[in-house]
Design a protein around this ligand. Sequence first.
Ligand SMILES: NC(=O)c1ccc[n+]([C@@H]2O[C@H](COP(=O)([O-])OP(=O)(O)OC[C@H]3O[C@@H](n4cnc5c(N)ncnc54)[C@H](O)[C@@H]3O)[C@@H](O)[C@H]2O)c1
Length: 375
Amino acid sequence: MTHRTVHVDLPGRAYDIIIGRGVLAEAGSRIAQMTRRKHVAIVSDDTVAGLHLAALQANLAKAGLTSDALALPAGEKTKSWPFLEQSVEWLLSQKVERGDVVVAFGGGVIGDLAGFAAAILRRGVRFVQIPTTLLAQVDSSVGGKTGINSPLGKNLIGAFHQPSLVLADTALLDTLPPRDFLSGYGEVVKYGLLGDSGFFDWLEAEGPALAAGDADARIRAVERSCQMKADIVMRDETEQGDRALLNLGHTFCHALEAATGYDAARLVHGEGVAIGCALAFEVSARAGLCAQEDPSRVRAHLADMGMKVDLADIAGDLPDADTLMDLMGQDKKVENGRINFIMAHGIGKAFVTADVDREIVRAVLTDALRAKTGG
Ligand SMILES: NC(=O)c1ccc[n+]([C@@H]2O[C@H](COP(=O)([O-])OP(=O)(O)OC[C@H]3O[C@@H](n4cnc5c(N)ncnc54)[C@H](O)[C@@H]3O)[C@@H](O)[C@H]2O)c1
């Protein structure tokens, strides 16, 4: 399958997402066209740098670009003040100027961190996203949300700063551990569930092949996901309305991430999103918003893919339903104390509402916790 391009047509900030096996080989020529300076600063993490940095730097060199890289520790803890400071100071030491380009080479952690560093460096320099996880290729590298976590919550500090180019090389996913791949798949399923039932049908049929490594299926899934995200971002860049649909499953997910202490051994982001989507459909069904069969269909597909589906799939103890609801109340989607939920009228038919009966949410969580403890 040839390379695919998704165009994000934001006025004054338009950019392309190039998707395909081997698009990393276009990095040098494309970046050389974007900047007069013949030097590129790359922010990455240790794992990605160990596996793929040499290939990126060799390609940049072929296009006449020198480069230096900062490799930070891998993992969510890197999306924090100390590493933001380190990144910004390092970029300044690299003499990155307003016309230059910073490259974010890694998963969502590096994309969010380096993107935010680029947003605040000299009041904003351009950056190129080269996402290396499935999650980053289908979600975090697109749409311009950048930032870091606070000890008080995830993603509470940040800026909207669109990349100037996204290169999603699906061959880089070959080295991704299966658990990280499936975590990213949680976000892929989310797109089908929120707005495209045909895509969900396709995932039900092709998901297992895609997970097993089918190259064309991977490209198709990344392309469709990016197109859906781009369409939503073009309608609502700063999340005044429709963009909130992308948070399907996320209010539950963020509560579960907080409840498990952001411990990747217990839960990673995309796993929380998948469980959160299943819970959102369960609440929707109990509230009479969607068919009773819809939650079972969501759960069946996640189970088919070998993904976490239930609270019972999270190792260790979880707090009670009231505590989980309090944690949901701390999500940044809360406005005037009301939680904005993403509910569904069916598969592919999500909508935003603050009008959800809290007793139904509590009952769904209580039942899920009871199933976990075997009570
Ligand atoms: N900005 C947004 O719109 C947005 C959207 C969704 C998620 N996010 C954020 O994204 C982050 C999660 O991203 P993630 O799941 O990519 O996590 P991550 O960046 O921590 O990557 C997961 C792990 O995979 C490793 N890795 C990355 N690429 C690899 C490769 N090709 N081969 C082998 N190992 C590789 C990393 O070193 C890391 O250990 C969270 O912080 C979340 O909040 C942001």
